[in-house]
Design a protein around this ligand. Sequence first.
Ligand SMILES: Nc1ncnc2c1ncn2[C@@H]1O[C@H](COP(=O)(O)OP(=O)(O)OP(=O)(O)O)[C@@H](O)[C@H]1O
Ligand SMILES: [Mg+2]
Length: 234
Amino acid sequence: MKLEITGINHTYDVDVLKDLNFSLDNHNSIAIIGVSGSGKSTLLRLMSGLEKPTSGTIKINDLSVDNPEYKKHVGFVFQQHNLFPHLSLKRNITLILEKTRNKPKEEAEETAMKYLKLLHLEDQVNKLPKNVSGGQAQRASIARALSVDPEIIFLDEPTASLDPILTHEVLTAVEELKGLGKSFIFVTHVLSFVKDFADYVIYMHEGKIHECGIPDILENPKTNELNEFMKKVR
Ligand SMILES: Nc1ncnc2c1ncn2[C@@H]1O[C@H](COP(=O)(O)OP(=O)(O)OP(=O)(O)O)[C@@H](O)[C@H]1O
Ligand SMILES: [Mg+2]
């Protein structure tokens, strides 16, 4: 994946992201870490095109994220699964494929089953989200994000609402997706997952990319702030 962030500022009532300039090539699994309020989710939303920056541009794989074409290439997994509550896990996926990708019913069904199986949910497909575990629902959201075959999957703390066992279960399932040839950009507080899965780490501090590099930076931080952060989260 190629990522180019140029002159990004983002303001709500205060400046949340401050003059970000950053480029990266040939990394396919990027972790964003940092304390609460440092701007991780904001950066992720801007990169995924869900929100427009106050100023600046973001290009991913040479496509500007505000290009309508870009939406077709990305999937998003949120902190809380946002499955339709009145639809089965399978229907949650087939509906998207039929309505947004014009897939015929049979093909939608086949694709949904393929990704539900990949996330080890083949025996849960007809259940409503409320009747499966939090980890299963989150895995179904990941299956749904994958089902439209995006190039890039964004995940914002996908395990934040889960206990340690379900967290492990979901993150292991994500690690198994490594071979799919997709790119991942994710926010997480689970550093073991960052070390296992990320090939690049962005450390956010007070609305800036304060330190970044291969996951080794977690072992040998250059800045005091990352050093302090690592002490706290260990
Ligand atoms: N929609 C919004 N309206 C106003 N302020 C916002 C909005 N979203 C985020 N902020 C503010 O922007 C700052 C950065 O928020 P952001 O959600 O990006 O942080 P974060 O690093 O993801 O934090 P956390 O780890 O708690 O999820 C915070 O001060 C937050 O209060
Ligand atoms: Mg956040």
